[in-house]
Design a protein around this ligand. Structure first.
Ligand code: SAH
Ligand code: SF4
Ligand code: F3S
Length: 440
């Protein structure tokens, strides 16, 4: 009998990349992937805990799985990712009694053993690796890949659950990162995205694997970017998320490396000093603005993205207006806005009051959302009449789509043979979230 598995992934790219590793573990056990949850024998929910709403989506699935289990008594439901990661006392687990397996990301190496205990028909296997990050992912594309270089975080921003969910910062060995990327390069991959919670704080545990002629001396992440820039088929290097305080001179210089995409995502969270301080962001407004200035001095046309939290504990209208004014100065191309959601276990939950009302959070969120759309639409007009460089991801009914070097979604007429290639359409129309082009 052919057993099947289904994975649903919530949250960030790091979770997506982890799911690509879980697939490898399950494939090695002889299970087959299915897109249809009803036909699966093993269902994995890879969870996110960053906001209350992300966890609520898991709690709400009980009835559904009860029904599925009635039809298929041997169905195994596993919950992994950031929720079990942060749930040290297993309080959250009590709310999902329908779950058969509950484990943090790094424990995926034990999956074969655990699954075989639950269903003796499954092949018993040894643990695959000692460090789950070294499991070679089942990449979902033949030309784009995520490469996790770090896990966890030591920063403990007061609102954030990630250090609890993924532990303190752990850096993957440089040797293993370079081997993975070298392999992707040999296979002809065009774009890689390096992942880490504070990706530009990467510190190689084995720096002896950097080339002797590496032009950077201090910042290991800049050095890593330089190494990747030497590779032959990779054409675009993207990474997320950096922290402003580690944008040192070498990092800013590394933005001029030829394969660096014309985009940087640099979370700011707030434009007000008091709020930044309460968030434990370790930098103030002026520091962030200076970094943006330095980036623009090196790469004037670089698109810039950010993350902002509205309605953090005690945030006044005036303090919120500082975020609005920072937004205007930075002229962001894209910004992810989150309404503050208190997370148990964090410093903010213990020390401050979540006292901005839901309606007020929503109002502030909408103000930023409208501002972003207005700015983005206006900024996108500059591409009209220009050629942009697009890595084609898909093509349906002869419409090709992919992101430009600025990470702007671009659509143009083409054909399926263009998938995985870089094309340079000339833009004739620009909307807020889509550029329309023509390959001439
Ligand atoms: N490591 C990254 C971000 C990780 S979490 C960084 O340092 O920027 C992704 C985003 O979720 C954060 O940038 C923040 O904007 C948002 N976020 C994190 N905790 C939150 C909370 N408690 N409420 C609302 N948004 C939150
Ligand atoms: Fe969370 Fe702050 Fe670490 Fe980012 S830097 S993961 S926001 S604690
Ligand atoms: Fe969510 Fe965990 Fe990513 S909390 S945002 S899936 S690191």
């Amino acid at each position: 009998m052919q057993y099947k598995y289904h994975i649903t992934t919530y949250g960030c790219q790091m979770n997506k990349n982890d799911s690509e590793r879980i697939e490898v573990v399950l494939n090695k056990m002889g299970l087959q992937s299915t897109g249809d949850v009803e036909s699966a024998d093993v269902v994995i929910l890879n969870t996110c805990s960053v906001r209350d709403s992300a966890e609520a989506r898991i709690f709400g699935q009980g009835a559904n799985f009860a029904k599925l289990k009635q039809k298929k008594p041997n169905l195994i439901v596993a919950v992994t990712g950031c929720m079990p990661g942060r749930d040290k006392t297993k309080e959250l687990k009590k709310r999902i009694p329908w779950v058969d397996l509950y484990f943090a990301n790094e424990e995926m190496i034990h999956l074969p053993k655990w699954l075989a205990e639950l269903n003796p028909d499954f092949r018993v296997m040894e643990d695959l690796e000692t460090d789950y990050l070294n499991i070679h992912p089942n990449y979902h594309s033949k030309f784009q890949a995520f490469v996790s270089i770090q896990t966890g975080c030591n920063h403990f921003c007061t609102y954030c659950v990630v250090p609890f969910a993924r532990g303190t910062e752990g850096n993957r060995s440089l040797k293993s990162i370079l081997a993975e990327i070298d392999d992707l390069d040999n296979k002809g991959y065009k774009e890689i995205t390096l992942l880490g919670q504070i990706v530009n704080h990467y510190i190689a545990p084995d720096p002896e694997f950097f080339s002797k002629d590496n032009i950077y001396k201090k910042n290991d992440f800049a050095k890593l970017l330089w190494e990747i820039n030497k590779m032959k088929s990779i054409e675009r290097v993207h990474w997320t998320a950096p922290h402003p305080i580690y944008m040192d001179e070498e990092m800013i210089d590394a933005l001029t490396l030829p394969k660096q995409v014309n985009f940087i995502h640099l979370p700011v969270q707030s434009g007000n000093d008091e709020i930044l301080n309460k968030m434990n962001r370790r930098h103030d407004r002026q520091f962030y603005l200076d970094i943006i200035k330095k980036i623009r001095a090196k790469r004037p046309d670089m698109a810039i993205g950010t993350d902002i939290i509205v309605g953090f504990c005690g945030e006044t209208e005036e303090q919120f207006q500082d975020t609005v004014s920072l937004f205007k100065i930075c002229d962001f191309d894209i910004s992810y806005h989150a309404k503050y959601s208190t997370r148990s276990g964090t410093v903010a939950d213990k020390m401050f009051k979540d006292d901005v009302s839901k309606t007020e959070k929503k109002r502030r969120w909408q103000i930023l959302q409208d501002l972003m759309e207005e700015i983005t639409y206006a900024k996108n007009q500059k591409y009209v009449g220009q050629k942009v460089s697009v890595l084609v991801e898909r093509c349906n009914d002869s419409w090709c789509e992919g992101n430009s070097n600025e990470m702007k979604l671009t659509r143009f007429k083409g054909n399926e043979s263009m998938i995985g290639t870089i094309q340079t359409p000339e833009i004739y129309k620009a909307g807020t979230w889509l550029l329309w082009g023509r390959v001439v």
